[in-house]
Design a protein around this ligand. Structure first.
Ligand code: MN9
Length: 310
């Protein structure tokens, strides 16, 4: 198994859909070039952002394959395989390994809640065993799965049971818990931050990598945050993070992922609308979003050329 760790900004990628809502893998190539051209260091496919839970398993496989192929080994590709059916999740894991993905990740089942850490370890053991050669990241996102279990305890128990356990995608806001995970067993696990609006806090806590949706549309802004933090220029780092908070607040005036997909289209990558239950934006909402983003200067500071003069 490769023991590679994630580093820098990993984009939680979108799943392109055409006008009638069919998965359109022909757009994946331009999506990958858009992201790699902006310095993205990894791709997380079919997660919350990629609407993995709204796709059929067949569609998930098509999208995973398209991203692995278009990326061609330039950055790691992590395929999210979580499913309410653990057997289906395990098959998706096996598929990810077969197509040459670099890593897998999975949410826990969420219709019937996972009630204990031991139960969570059992579930993730089953999924991870489908791809024994790939590093496995448990995707902790309690706001969506409804399972707010103790992840430090999960790592302790799962570390002995899941041979390919690599770490976590930590999508919560508890920096103290994130820190405990990072420090467990002298940094044995790769713990990756998942809340874009708190990247600076996570950097201060010691993160080396972050997976998120808004890195798709504003990677240069976040790279500037990382650079300012590394230079210990905290005034700049806070000013830039505050732009990200403002951007996310603006996006949240509308359904978030449909709004994000609309912004990607404004930036020249037409990824279409979201599947139901999220759906798409009306034309008037798209115009309103564009005007609001314009008003906060988003189209300047989300662009790499905004920083070239500095
Ligand atoms: O997992 C994303 N979470 C969801 C990552 O999509 C639920 C985040 O990147 C958020 O979209 C982002 C904005 O709130 O932090």
């Amino acid at each position: 198994m490769n023991t590679r760790r994630l580093d820098g900004l990993v984009a939680a990628t979108y799943t392109p859909l055409d006008d009638v809502g069919t998965v359109d893998s022909t757009i994946v190539g331009s999506m990958v070039e858009h992201l790699l051209g902006r310095g993205i260091n990894g791709l997380y496919v079919c997660g919350s952002t990629g609407e993995g839970m709204s796709l059929t398993s067949h569609e998930r496989k098509i999208i995973a394959e398209a991203y692995v192929k278009a990326t061609a080994g330039r950055v790691p590709v992590i395929v999210q395989v979580g499913h309410n059916s653990l057997a289906e999740a395990r098959q998706l894991a096996t598929h990810a390994q077969e197509i040459g993905a670099d890593m897998i990740s999975a949410t826990c089942p969420s219709y019937f809640k996972v009630g204990t850490v031991a139960g969570l370890v059992d579930c993730m053991t089953e999924v991870a065993s489908g791809a024994p050669d790939l590093p496995f990241y448990y995707y902790h996102i309690p706001a969506l799965t409804g399972s707010a279990l103790d992840v430090v305890e999960f790592l302790r128990q799962a570390g002995d049971r899941i041979p390919n356990l690599s770490g976590l995608k930590y999508t919560d806001t508890k920096l103290y818990e994130f820190q405990e995970c990072l420090e467990l067993d002298d940094g044995r696990f790769d713990i990756v931050w998942g809340c874009d609006e708190m990247l600076l806090g996570a950097l201060a806590t010691g993160t080396r990598a972050a997976i998120g949706s808004t890195y798709n549309i504003a990677a240069p802004l976040y790279q500037q945050i990382i650079m300012a933090f590394n230079d210990r220029n905290l005034d700049d780092a806070r000013r830039l993070q505050s732009l990200s908070v403002k951007m996310i607040r603006t996006l949240n005036h509308l359904p978030f992922h449909p709004a994000m997909k609309a912004v990607l289209s404004m930036q020249g990558v037409n990824v279409g609308r979201c599947r139901l239950p999220q759906g798409g934006l009306s034309r008037s909402d798209v115009s309103k979003l564009q005007a609001e983003l314009n008003a906060i200067g988003f189209f300047e500071w989300s662009n790499a050329s905004a920083y070239e003069a500095e």
